[in-house]
Design a protein around this ligand. Structure first.
Ligand SMILES: Nc1ncnc2c1ncn2[C@@H]1O[C@H](COP(=O)(O)OP(=O)(O)OP(=O)(O)O)[C@@H](O)[C@H]1O
Length: 316
């Protein structure tokens, strides 16, 4: 349904996504993982034709066989919401605070599907039931601030499903939620993808959620997809040093101690030495790169084609 080949997003200051190639077929559940700033959201936005104005998209992206790189807004509007939909980060920011959530969910059905108010309301009610919102009649009339974080996320899922998309992109759908609610939202997304034979692109820092939600995973680092494969295999036997670092940085009592309590930071891998001798001036790891960056070229600022070392504030 979606095929990307050499898909690149250039933000002017650098490439947020570099030469990404992959296929998403109906029912595929694919994870995109990697640390903050590695390009996950920008890749999701590229699949929606919503890259910020400063960005330039090149390469190839076909949706249902139509080339979308260079396609005008009119073509995107036909596909967006109907073929590809996205759940955006931060439910509170993604919902209009002065609009009842029912109205928000009804709007795309009236605009894109041409449904009248009554039909759109009936369908919104059905969707609220499908995503597990209790007392859906009452919820339709509420404002975003009147419902819990978990329910706001479910409203956003209902909104994304409004036009029955073939692929749903969920950008950090569980990050703002506590562990129990996050687990239920993850299970909901998997169930929806299975029932509807809908593709699911699950973007997350949360490797446990990715393991639950997806069958395949792509690991991004500095705009590149550095590793990919069956989720179970990649998480159990990562091949790329960056993936190994990412996995060992998972917050656990052990590595919380190793990192002095800094969640999500990569701990030092004892004895690891960068394979390239030349390091950036001032690199505070002084020859002991904590993530074994096999592509570190010691350049500062990082040049196109180099991997950016996010672990060192001073060095690249
Ligand atoms: N509006 C923008 N204009 C210019 N550059 C941007 C813009 N938004 C993001 N970027 C840059 O694009 C790169 C990729 O950002 P992106 O938001 O895709 O990362 P991410 O992996 O989704 O991070 P996070 O997990 O924090 O959301 C970063 O270097 C970021 O600074």
């Amino acid at each position: 349904m979606i095929e990307a080949a050499g898909l690149t997003v250039d933000m002017g200051a650098g490439q947020a996504v570099r030469e990404a190639s992959f296929v998403i077929a109906p029912g595929d559940r694919i994870g995109i993982v990697g640390e903050s700033g590695c390009g996950k959201t920008m890749l999701g936005l590229a699949l929606m034709g919503m890259v910020p104005d400063a960005g330039r998209v090149s390469g190839s992206l076909t949706i249902d066989g139509t080339q979308m790189v260079g396609a005008g807004e009119a073509i995107w509007q036909k596909l967006r919401a109907r073929r590809v939909a996205m759940i955006f980060q931060e439910p509170m920011a993604a919902l209009n605070p002065i609009k009842r959530v029912g109205e928000t969910v009804m709007e795309p059905m009236m605009v894109h599907l041409g449904l009248g108010r009554d039909a759109a309301r009936a369908r919104a009610l059905e969707l609220f039931r499908e995503v597990g919102i209790p007392d859906p009649e009452a919820r339709l009339r509420q404002f975003p601030h009147e419902i819990s974080g978990g329910q706001r996320q479910r409203v956003l899922i209902a909104l994304a499903l409004a036009c029955d998309p073939g692929v749903l992109i969920a950008d950090e759908p569980t990050t703002a939620l506590d562990a129990n609610v996050a687990l239920r939202v993850t299970q909901l997304l998997v169930g929806l993808a299975e029932r509807r034979t809908m593709g699911l692109v699950f973007i997350s820092h949360d490797l446990a959620a990715v393991a639950r939600a997806t069958e395949r995973v792509m690991v991004m680092y500095g705009g590149d997809i550095v590793e990919r494969g069956a989720t179970e295999e990649v998480l159990a036997q990562p091949r790329h040093p960056y993936t190994r670092g990412l996995l060992s940085a998972r917050p656990s009592p052990g590595n919380m101690r190793a990192t002095g309590g800094r969640r999500g930071r990569l701990p030092t891998i004892p004895g690891s030495v960068p394979p390239l001798a030349e390091l950036a001036p001032g690199c505070r790891f002084a020859g002991r790169c904590p993530v074994e960056l096999d592509m570190c070229r010691g350049e500062r600022p990082p040049q196109r084609g180099t991997m950016i070392c996010h672990r060192s504030e001073e060095g690249a």
